[in-house]
Each structure stands twice: as C-alpha cells, then as structure tokens.
Design a protein around this ligand. Structure first.
Ligand code: IPM
Ligand code: MN
Length: 355
C-alpha cells in the first residue's frame, strides 16, 4: 500500500539542472493532487558552485539527511570551471555508494512523434529497459598505479564483483521483467568470451537464479559488443537487459540516442530497500542555462520513474501518458535544446495540464 505523503530531497545542481527540475516538480505536484497523495520538498545546494565556494562536494551531513527522505530528485551536476571527475566522483558516485543504490534503471522508449536516428524503426520497435548494476565492477575503485611518469608505468582498474552483488542485481532484473510483463525475456549482456572470471560469475548466477525461481522468464545472452550492434539493427529484439556497471554505462548512452536523445532519457539510481535517486540523463548543459530552451521531458520522465518506485503506479502511468500525448500533439518541434520551438516552462505546463 502506498504511503500518502512523501518527503523528497531536491538536488537542483548546476547549469540547466534547476530549470528542468522545476518542470519535474510541476509534474509531481500535479500528479499528487490528481492521485491524492502529497509531496514535500527540501532542497540541497550541491554542485559546482558550492564546490568552488567551499570546497565541499557531498557533505556527510547531507547524506544523513537524504537517507531519511523517501526519494531524491537530481537536476544535473557538472560545471565548466571544475576539473572533470571531482563532482562526478564526489557527488554522484558517492551518493550511489553511500545509499547503496545498486540498480541503475534506464528505460529506452521511443515515444510516438519522436524522431529516432534508426531508419525504419518506430515506437513499436524501441521499448526496452536496461538494468545496470550500479555500485560494483570497475566503479568500485580498486586498482592502482606504480612507476607513474616513467616509461614502465603500470596502472590497473579492476572489475570487482562478489556473488552477492551480482545476485541482488540479477534477482532485481528477473523480478522487473516479470512485473513488466511484456515479452518476459531477460538478456544478460557481458563479455564472457574474454572476461572468463567475472563473466562466468555473472553467467552462472544468471542461469541459476533464472532456472530456480523464474521459469516463466526466457533467458537470453549477448556479448556487449554485439549488443551495441543489435541496438542499432534490431532493437525490437529486447525486453529487459541486465548488465554489469561499465557495460551498462556504455550501452545506455547509445540507448538514449535511439530513443530520441538526452532530452527524453531518464534514469533511476535505485536501492529497492532504501532511498533512490532519479535524474534526467542529460548533463548541466551550461550554455543553455536560463535560456528557457532546455528540454525538461527527461526530468519529467524521471519524476514518473520516482512515483513508480514509490508505489504510485497510477500517477506514474499518468505522467508517462501525459508525456506521450504532449509529444504526439506535435507542439514540440524537436527534442534538442534550443530547437523545441517552445520554452522549457511551456513544455512543463503542457505536460502538467494533462495530469
Ligand atoms: C551515468 C554517468 C556517470 C557514470 C558519470 C557521470 C560518473 O555517465 O550516470 O551514466 O559513469 O555512471
Ligand atoms: Mn553514463
């Protein structure tokens, strides 16, 4: 049963983050009043500006506070004056680890009326979900370098996986596939032909869990390189994909492009037993800041994913339909920033008016 009041932490962040988040909040608020629950927001100032002023990225006190909320809504992190890596590692990855958000959920869905770069493919062909493992693998940070700067320098960055970390991700993916109830097909994506240790662990857990508990789900496997190829050639082939962290990072950027680009791509950093964080995939897009020209649909879709995860499925479906209807109306010329033909706030108003 769903709780009727939700406390949501807002992390507007940098660049266009606050603008797109505002439209996401508009959708959340509209959905809340139609579906009879309430949402309370607390905003936290994190990002490049704060880092440049105070040297802080994600203070422990903020982690403790957001742990007590029901969900986190992130705009964008990234600042042209901050060296790449500092904010990504110091805020985004730190949050994923601290809150054990071990699933990165990335729907790849082409809405009607949206242009895809794939020739002869339409909404019926592009509708799948990637379940990316979100805390392990190369992102764990295990590795090192010796003799740095010498001709013999050695560096390692290790793809670390324990059985429990693999298993909880695989189980989530099977459950998700069953609940999605579309083609009931789960594809493991890895590189078992080369990664004979880590790939073998993933493959065995995938088969064991599936055979023992999910006889209703069809098991399928693709090497990650071939998966990229199929995304372009036959995306209709996929229902749900489960994969390790770095492979998931790479294939979901391609996924974002075939669904119409970063203007519409949303993701969730999910701890199924804890506090999750939802975000538009696009970055802070500094040059579009305060132009009222950035596309807020990805943030609105992220708001829908948040409601689904909180158990407000009807409201989540309503947001999805409102986005779909808005796109089908033809009022948005292009999903690209600066080319929509209408403003950021107008797009948000259109969606909210359908809720
Ligand atoms: C993503 C991003 C992050 C990642 C970066 C910003 C650390 O690319 O969420 O996909 O690599 O996971
Ligand atoms: Mn990425």
């Amino acid at each position: 049963m769903s709780k009727k009041s939700y406390n949501i932490a807002l992390l507007p962040g940098d660049g266009t983050g606050p603008e797109v988040l505002r439209e996401g909040i508009k959708a959340l608020t509209a959905a809340a009043s139609s579906y009879k629950f309430s949402v309370n927001f607390t905003s936290y100032d994190l990002g490049g500006e704060r880092y440049l002023k105070t040297g802080e990225t994600l203070p422990d006190s903020v982690i403790e506070e957001v742990k007590k909320t029901d969900s986190i809504f992130l705009g964008a992190i990234g600042h042209p004056d901050v060296k790449p890596g500092i904010l990504e590692v110091g805020i985004l990855l730190k949050m994923r680890f601290a809150l054990d958000q071990y699933i990165n959920l990335r729907p790849v869905k082409l809405y009607p009326g949206v242009e895809t770069p794939l020739k002869d493919k339409g909404p019926a062909d592009i509708d799948f979900v990637v379940v990316r493992e979100n805390t392990g693998g190369i992102y764990t940070g295990v590795g090192g370098a010796v003799q740095v700067g010498t001709p013999h320098e050695i560096a390692t960055q290790v793809m670390v996986y324990s059985r429990p970390v693999v298993e909880r991700c695989i189980r989530y993916a099977y459950e998700y596939t069953r609940k999605r109830n579309r083609r009931k097909q789960l594809t493991l994506v890895h590189k078992t032909n080369v990664l004979t240790y880590a790939g073998d662990l993933w493959n065995r857990v995938f088969r064991e869990v599936g055979n023992a508990h999910y006889p209703d789900i069809r098991q399928d496997y693709n090497h990650v390189d071939a998966c990229n190829m199929w995304f372009v050639k036959s995306p209709e082939f996929y229902d749900v994909i489960v994969t390790e962290n770095l492979f998931g990072d790479i294939i979901t950027d391609l996924g974002a492009m075939i669904q119409g680009g970063l203007g519409i791509a949303a993701g969730g950093n999910i701890n199924p037993e804890g506090v999750s964080m939802f975000e538009p995939m696009g970055g802070s897009a500094p040059k579009y800041t305060n132009q009222n020209s950035i596309n807020p649909l990805a943030a609105i879709c992220a708001a829908g994913m948040m409601l689904e995860t909180l158990g407000e499925s009807e409201a989540a479906n309503a947001i999805d339909k409102a986005v779909s209807d808005t796109l089908a109306s033809g009022k948005i010329k292009s999903l690209a920033a600066g080319k929509m033909g209408i403003g950021t706030t107008q797009v948000g108003d259109l969606v909210a008016s359908k809720l």
